[in-house]
Design a protein around this ligand. Structure first.
Ligand code: ATP
Ligand code: MG
Length: 381
C-alpha cells in the first residue's frame, strides 16, 4: 500500500489542443513546489499524482498553493485483488467521519469480479457497521468514500480545496511595479494566479530610502517567488529623476510626473523581458494619484496594457488577501518609499495634462531614463 496525493486541475481550460501543454506545465510547477520533499510527480490515466513524500501535511500545504491546482485528495493505492483488504482500508478511512456518507465506486477494469453497485453496497454496509456515527445518504452525503478500481485500487475521502488559477507561464509574462507597500505584492499575486510569469521593477531612491527598504522589497519578492516560480527584480536608481522633478516641476504635480516616469521606465524593462503588460497595485481613490483623472495621466505614457487588479478593492479586502498569501507581515514593517519621501502637501487630484506636459518639458527625459536603466541592478529571487 502507498500513500499518495491525487491532484485535480480546472476543466474549463482543458478543452481542445491546449490540454497536454497545460498539464505538462502544471506538472513542472508541482515538481518545483515539492522539491526537497523526496516526492515524485507523475501522470496516470490523465490524472496527476504525487507520491514518495515523508510529510503528507507539508506536501498538501505546498501543492495546494500551486496555481492551476483546484483541489487535492490524500489517497491510498493498493492491489485490487484482495477485496477484503480494500474493504478494511475503506473502513479505516471512514473511521473518523461523522454525519452522512455514500460509497462512490468506479470500475474502469470491467473484468473485476464485483461491479460498481455491488462494491457500493458491500463497502457501504461494512462502513455502517464499523462506524455508528455515520448514516447513508445517497443524494446529498456529507462525505463521499471514493473507490476506484483501475490497474490498482485507489481510495480517498477528503477533498481539500486549492488556490485555483492557471500554471504560471502558460499565459505569458508581465512586469509588476513592486513597492514595499501592501497593495503591489497582492496585485502581482493575482495576475500570477492567472498563469502569468511576473517580473518586478522597484524604484529605489538611495540615500533617501535606505538599503533596508530595498531588502524589504526583496523579501516581498521572495515571499511571492514560491507561487510565482521565481521572480527577477529590477532595482532602478530613481534619486536623480526625483530630485530633478522636485526642482523643476510644480509641487502639486511632482507625484504624478514621478509616476509617469515609473511607467515609462517599467515599460522599457517590460519590453526587454518580453512582458506584454504592466501591473500596479492602484485602486480608485486610494490616494490623490489614484483618482480616475490621475490614473488616466499615468496610463497615457504606457503603450502596453496596464493591469490594476485591485482597482475595485477596499483596503480591508486587499489586507485580507495580503494576510492569506503571507506578504502582509513584511509589508507592515516600517520603511520609507520613494513616493513618501517627496510627497507634496497638496497633490493635484484633477490634474491638467497641459500642466503636466509643461512641467515635464523642463526635464531631459531621454537622458534621465537612459541613466536610470544603465544603473539598474538585476536580482533573482
Ligand atoms: P502599495 O500600493 O504597494 O501598497 P503604496 O500604496 O504606498 O504601495 P502608491 O504610492 O499608492 O504605493 O503607488 C501605487 C502603485 O505604484 C503601487 O501599487 C506600485 O505598483 C507602484 N509603486 C509605487 N512606488 C513604487 C516603487 N518605489 N517601486 C515600484 N513601484 C512602485
Ligand atoms: Mg497603494
Amino acid at each position: 500500500m502507498k500513500n499518495l496525493l491525487l491532484v485535480r486541475y480546472g476543466e474549463i481550460f482543458l478543452k481542445g489542443l491546449n490540454r497536454p501543454y497545460f498539464i505538462r506545465a502544471l506538472i513542472r510547477k508541482i515538481r518545483y513546489a515539492v522539491r526537497g520533499l523526496g516526492a515524485e510527480v507523475w501522470v496516470h490515466d490523465g490524472r496527476i499524482f504525487v507520491r514518495g513524500f515523508d510529510d503528507l501535511q507539508e506536501c498538501i500545504d505546498r501543492v495546494t498553493r500551486v496555481f492551476g491546482v483546484h483541489s487535492v485528495s490524500p489517497a491510498i493505492e493498493m492491489p485490487k485483488e484482495d477485496f477484503e483488504e480494500v474493504c478494511a482500508r475503506a473502513i479505516e478511512m471512514a473511521s473518523d467521519l461523522s454525519g452522512t456518507f455514500k460509497v462512490n465506486a468506479r470500475r474502469s477494469d470491467k473484468r473485476y469480479p464485483l461491479n460498481s453497485p455491488a462494491i457500493n453496497e458491500e463497502v457501504g454496509y461494512r462502513i455502517l457497521n464499523a462506524n455508528p456515527k455515520l448514516k447513508v445518504d445517497v443524494h446529498h452525503p456529507d462525505h463521499l468514500v471514493n473507490i476506484e478500481i483501475r490497474d490498482m485500487a485507489y481510495l480517498y475521502v477528503k477533498v481539500i480545496p486549492a488556490v485555483g488559477g492557471m500554471p504560471v507561464g502558460t499565459n505569458g509574462n508581465a512586469t509588476l511595479l513592486l513597492s514595499g507597500g501592501i497593495d503591489s505584492p497582492v496585485a502581482g499575486w493575482m495576475i500570477a494566479k492567472r498563469g502569468v510569469q511576473i517580473n518586478a521593477v522597484h524604484f529605489h531612491s538611495y540615500p533617501y530610502t535606505s538599503d533596508r527598504a530595498k531588502e524589504k522589497v526583496l523579501d516581498l519578492a521572495r515571499k511571492l517567488s514560491f507561487s510565482c516560480c521565481g521572480i527577477k527584480v529590477h532595482v532602478v536608481p530613481f534619486t536623480e529623476i526625483q530630485m530633478q522633478i522636485h526642482e523643476k516641476c510644480p509641487p502639486e504635480y511632482t507625484t504624478l510626473i514621478m509616476r509617469r516616469y515609473m511607467m515609462r521606465i517599467a515599460e522599457r524593462i517590460a519590453r526587454e523581458t518580453e512582458s506584454e503588460a504592466l501591473i500596479t497595485g492602484e485602486s480608485i481613490g486610494q490616494v490623490a494619484s489614484q483618482t480616475m483623472t490621475a490614473l488616466g495621466t499615468t496610463d497615457a505614457v504606457a503603450d502596453m496594457p496596464v493591469f490594476r487588479p485591485l482597482i475595485g478593492f477596499d483596503k480591508s479586502e486587499i489586507i485580507e488577501i495580503a494576510r492569506k498569501i503571507g506578504t502582509l507581515e513584511i509589508s507592515e514593517l516600517p520603511y520609507e518609499d520613494c513616493c513618501t519621501v517627496f510627497t507634496p502637501r497638496h497633490p493635484a487630484t484633477h490634474p491638467k495634462m497641459d500642466k503636466i506636459l509643461e512641467g515635464e518639458s523642463h526635464l531631459a527625459q531621454e537622458e534621465l531614463i537612459e541613466r536610470a536603466l544603465e544603473g539598474t541592478e538585476l536580482i533573482r529571487v
